[in-house]
Design a binder for this molecule. Sequence first.
Ligand SMILES: Cc1ncc(COP(=O)(O)O)c(C=O)c1O
Length: 405
Amino acid sequence: MPASIMFEVLEQLPPDPILGLSQQFQVDPNPDKINLSVGVYQDSAGHTPIFKAVKQAEQQLIEQQRSKAYIAQAGDADFNRNISRLLLGDALVNDLGAQLGAVMTPGGCGALRMGGELLAQVSGEKQVWVSDPTWANHFPLLQSAGLKLTKYPYYDFQTGAVNFDKMLAGLRAAQSGDVVLLHGCCHNPTGADLSEDNWDELIELLVERQLVPFIDVAYQGFGHGLDVDAYGVRQAVKACPEVLIALSCSKNFGLYRERTGALLVITQAAQQTAAAVSHVLAAARRNYSMPPYHGAGIVGHLLNDAQLTSDWQAELSAVRERMNLLRKALSDGLNQAQDKIDFSFVAGSNGMFCYLGIPREMVLQLRAEFGIYLLESTRINVAGLSETNLPVVVERVAELLKRSA
Ligand SMILES: Cc1ncc(COP(=O)(O)O)c(C=O)c1O
């Protein structure tokens, strides 16, 4: 065999902590294992279903499609228009006109990265403030675009909610022109969201200090509803002169593997938006050139059709209600089964994730002794629970807490 030229110097990297845990789960021989670590919605059978309305839109799209030629580099016009309207509402989109720019991206991650590349084009080292904690992937996505990330206080482990006063105090250290990364709703990993009053107050600070919000919206419709979940984003767009939004259709349209998302750019003038979009397109060109179409084509088509849109909304509501029931059942069950930790905060969290707030060593015990998998941060995916495994999780967690007396 010829000698290696260059690759022998590479060392194997450790697996991604979240993806690695799923691999560990797959090979765990425990027949009663339960996976609460995954980042996808699951139904009561542990299956990640395709929304019926999405499937129907996909079938119609395939039927109508006559070419696989590239689409415009900024993406499908139906998708960009419809997804902007879904998030911001018709009135705001109409008011903004050409001050709003949309570029279709490979998923929400593509939007985050393209937003990061845009920010890196603006002169000076760009400082981005991220919540403590935040979704782990925010760091590599934005740092590799050349941005400097600093944490602002967010989650209070004592209350299981946002420590809003600390958050504001932390952000007062930000300088004019800094960027603040916010989760539009259903904060990942904590499930702890800002209230509407919190958003109003935060936005006042952003405006006063000339801070630019970069809002990550990956779970619209998973919290309280499509419009309620968009409250903070809409208020920010109304009040702040410049806003970036990274939008993902992975969860609310169930299109994970189709890589469907968009970067929205809002500035004070059509010309500035056009210039910013040109930089995003240049960044896309040098990274992946053209966006994937299939998922965006489905969403654009679905949202063009009133019946499909209403069918999809009904399915999305059922998903949300299921998660809310599970969250409440987990919170009540844990509170009834032990008295070491008050788990009421679990019922107040939003979306797919929340922290369980148990000691870290118990996370490892749950995995080793009972085959129950959650992230070491104690993040669980509520949708990984089911009517059958929930009582088991409650019993095991309570057992470990009692044992630790
Ligand atoms: C907070 C957050 N942002 C963005 C994303 C982007 O997801 P995707 O790139 O799959 O659309 C996710 C997905 O898990 C997420 O949790």
